[in-house]
Design a protein around this ligand. Structure first.
Ligand code: HEM
Length: 414
């Protein structure tokens, strides 16, 4: 005998999702006092999961698949088509290995050094004020293109950086902005596709262990090279999210400003930079949920899951779940001192295992770039945060401080 999943009444709750944003799923989990409930979104039935047990279930690849889970509008902008996010089973494991082969410590250090060099170039030149969101994107785009073996002509920097930004800003946007996102995807894919053809005809020779080289020559599980447009999607799966780390750069510098006590502990050494960065990733909003579909009928905890049902995992709410975090709405980096390292309670970039599941391939890159941000803005450069609107919304996606963080009086510490 199965029991009914707590169910939200009503024909469709997409408008509520847009209105409540990051709080849509946590509000209902709280209301139902349950880590599982049912709702209707975009005209279909959806089961929402959250908390440690919900996340553990969601990452069981025997029970859930990613095929047809992401809405078309996200594939046309944020993700691209036929990329690693949409694969399942051996095809996914094989493709994921291609990504993870780049994520070894020496290679991540190489990216961090490039980011460091680009920060110095940008900040040594800065006179007057900078808008940190914009500056960080250019810094990260220049660094990640070099890291990925992608030639980026000086005259193209602005255009290509804007394209990456549009990909992650336009996924859930409506109207003209969404359309600009689709154009950005076509343009960026064409740009990289041409390079893949050049690599394959030896007209462009990127180094080994760069994404452009490794992905262009990667063979799928049947021994075939990937279609050039799929290589382009996957190279962009390195460039775009690295530029999106600009959002966490912003929140890191914002946290240094908003939480002077935590900053003082960082300076005194009683809080280490890793805990600070982890708390930034736990505390601030980034992705509200991620999606999958039920692979075939099964029963869990007395609840029936039917094949094909859309399932959403509450990322933001799980990071703020009082069952797992003391005073979740307080910014307390020292909580990571004795953190139990569960792969299912701290999931800003997904949960489970990155090598075998869909957990983010770039988590170590993200952490390294954020720690570099602390070093740059705390130890190497002084800056002032002038009065501005630093509020951020829990509805906008991505959520950013309104002012995009203006900094003035930037100077190197001697
Ligand atoms: C800006 C900070 C980042 C955030 C918040 C983030 C978040 C995420 C999330 C939530 C997922 C999906 C997890 C799931 O559906 O189970 C994901 C997947 C992924 N991320 Fe990230 N990510 C970030 C940075 C990066 C970076 C820097 C890279 C690469 C250098 C990267 C590459 C990927 C890839 C390739 C996937 C697909 C993994 C798969 O489907 O197997 N991400 N990320």
């Amino acid at each position: 005998m199965t029991r009914p999943i707590p169910k939200e009444q009503g024909l469709d709750h997409s408008v509520d999702f847009l209105r409540e944003g990051y709080h849509f799923v946590p509000n209902r989990r709280k209301g139902f006092q349950s880590n599982i409930f049912e709702t209707r979104l975009l005209g279909e039935r959806a089961i929402c999961l959250g908390g440690e047990d919900g996340a553990e279930l969601f990452y069981d690849a025997e029970r859930f698949v990613r095929e047809d889970a992401a809405p078309k509008r996200l594939l046309k902008t944020l993700f691209g088509e036929d990329g690693v996010q949409t694969l399942d089973g051996p095809a996914h494991t094989h493709r994921k290995r291609m990504f993870m082969s780049l994520m070894f410590p020496g290679n991540i250090d190489r990216l961090t050094r490039l980011v460091s060099r680009e920060w110095e170039r940008a900040l040594d030149r800065a006179t007057g004020e900078i808008v940190l969101y914009d500056t960080a994107q250019e810094v990260l785009m220049r660094a990640v293109c070099e890291w990925a073996g992608v030639p980026l002509a000086e005259a193209e920097v602005e255009k290509r950086t804007n394209e990456m930004r549009l990909l992650f800003e336009s996924g859930t946007a409506l109207g003209p902005k969404h359309f600009r996102g689709r154009q950005a995807r076509s343009s960026a894919e064409a740009w990289i596709r041409e390079m893949v053809e050049e690599v394959r005809t030896n007209r462009l020779l990127p180094n080994e262990k760069t994404a452009l080289y490794e992905f262009s020559w990667h063979r799928d599980e049947t021994g075939e090279l990937l279609p050039a447009d799929v290589v382009a999607v996957e190279v962009i799966n390195i460039l775009r999210p690295t530029v999106a780390v600009s959002i966490y750069v912003l929140f890191t510098v914002l946290a240094l400003h908003q939480f002077p006590e935590a900053r003082a502990k960082l300076v005194a050494g009683s809080v280490n930079p890793t805990w600070f960065v982890q708390e930034v990733r736990r505390f601030y909003p980034f992705f509200p949920v991620t999606a999958a579909r039920v692979k075939q009928d099964f029963e869990w905890d007395g609840y029936a899951f039917e094949e094909g049902t859309l399932v959403l995992l509450d990322l933001y709410g799980t990071n703020h779940d009082p069952a797992h975090w003391d005073e979740p709405e307080q910014f307390m980096p020292e909580r990571f001192n004795d953190w139990k390292e569960s792969p299912f309670t701290f999931i800003p970039q997904g949960g489970g295992d990155a090598d075998f599941g869909h957990r983010c391939a770039g988590e170590h890159v993200t952490i390294a770039v954020m720690k570099e941000t602390i070093d740059v803005f705390l130890n190497r450069y002084r800056h002032t945060v002038p009065p501005q609107d630093l509020s951020y919304s829990f509805v906008d996606l991505p959520s950013l401080p309104k002012s995009k963080l203006v900094l003035t009086e930037i100077e190197r510490r001697t």
